[in-house]
Ligand binder design. Sequence first.
Ligand SMILES: Cc1cc2nc3c(=O)[nH]c(=O)nc-3n(C[C@H](O)[C@H](O)[C@H](O)COP(=O)(O)OP(=O)(O)OC[C@H]3O[C@@H](n4cnc5c(N)ncnc54)[C@H](O)[C@@H]3O)c2cc1C
Length: 455
Amino acid sequence: MIEAMNSDSPQPASAPQHFSAEPLDLLILGAGAAGMMAAISCGETALQMSRPLPRIAILEKNTRPGIKVLVCGGGRCNLTNAGDIDFLIAQFGRNGRFLSPALRHFDNTALRTWFADQGEPTHEEHDGKIYPDSNQARTVVDAMVGRIGQLGVVCHAGAGCAAAHVGWNAASGLFSVRTADGSVVQSRYLLICVGGQSYTRMGTTGDGYRFAESLGHQIIKPRPAIVPLLCRELWVSELQGVAVRDVEVRIAISEPLPRLATGKPTPSVNDLLFTHFGLSGPAVLNLSEIVAELLEKFTPVPLRVDFVRRQSRQEMSAMLRAWHDESGRKLVKTMLAQLVPQRLADMLCRLAEIPVEHPCAALTGRQMHTLTEYLKACRFQVHQTRGFKEAMVTAGGVRLDTVDPNTMQSRLNPHLFLAGEILDLTGPSGGYNLQLAFSTGHLAGWAVAQRLANG
Ligand SMILES: Cc1cc2nc3c(=O)[nH]c(=O)nc-3n(C[C@H](O)[C@H](O)[C@H](O)COP(=O)(O)OP(=O)(O)OC[C@H]3O[C@@H](n4cnc5c(N)ncnc54)[C@H](O)[C@@H]3O)c2cc1C
């Protein structure tokens, strides 16, 4: 049994667990961002209503809570985004409206205030990304784990504590959850927030979809999202590690794009990173959910990258013409390196069949045209994503029309709640997905506290 466990504490991975024989008020599956925030919200709401603290327990399959939060933002934890509520909603595409009540209940300002009250102030960086002042995800997890302990919430963590089977008994009005070690825990209310099936090594293997389905919920096909892409152009591997700032990535399918489940806008504008297998970086990652869906219909999916999006095609052609006329003795690759990283400049010259030591004066009209094409509309044939193993989030999940957005309560069973990444909601990189988990988790915890108070 783990109470107020610090994220640094050594964990007895398979310590025997002692589950109370008495049914709990609330059992939470998954001590991730949503689960921990739900436990906190339920306890704090009870205190605000001058009610006794509810009997809450969390089952977590990892040896400690918040493992996935620890890897967020490269270990710095980009815990939310500074955008206003409408902006946040828009990031989630067609399904974003569902989030409106949860965000109005507990938005990014409320989240930052909550963390500041725990001694964990935050600050804004570029693109509205919010990080803890500590720049360490560990302190974010510690703040939540500490508060959970103060509120008397018990977190059972370790492989044996993984929820294995979930059942509902209408006669007793109780959920029974069987754990991997064969124990059974009973509870009046159940919150499932075990995440999606991305980054499987962190314990998120899609268990929640099975639980939700067994309780009557439909699952929208899970797909990897915020995931690097593999492309056929072999030359990209030579650029491994090269980052290009502020590019535009567009899906270049000539026929009208089919109506996609995401309803998210393209193109994507942000930074791009070349990897040994293909493309990554926010501009690509944020488009990857759509690409993953398209790959089921088209292979390969063509992408067009504009490396110099601030110059129009005409401006770019005029610039090359001016280099030719006015900077004739300078090398083309040297001039190009003013626009893109040197290694990419060298590669674009090679692709445009411009010799390494070519001076600008020697540029032909055809070379200028080809170079402009490579700069403004470089084509990549994507044939695969890196899959769930490397996806940061899972698109798809529990169908939203079976969940009440005002409470996160299941419309199929009023004792069941769902929150976080398990829902059919996916945002881009930039703090949106953690805010989704925190907001829906907080709302679910609040709603359970209301139900408990009303008997
Ligand atoms: C590398 C990486 C970096 C990321 N960076 C950011 C970022 O900076 N900002 C951002 O907004 N988002 C980021 N994300 C996404 C973010 O981590 C998720 O959106 C968020 O954690 C989802 O919260 P959740 O509580 O729904 O699920 P999770 O945080 O995934 O928590 C679910 C928990 O349930 C547990 N679990 C699973 N199955 C069971 C079971 N059967 N029984 C018991 N427990 C179970 C898991 O072990 C896990 O602890 C990142 C993701 C990755 C992989």
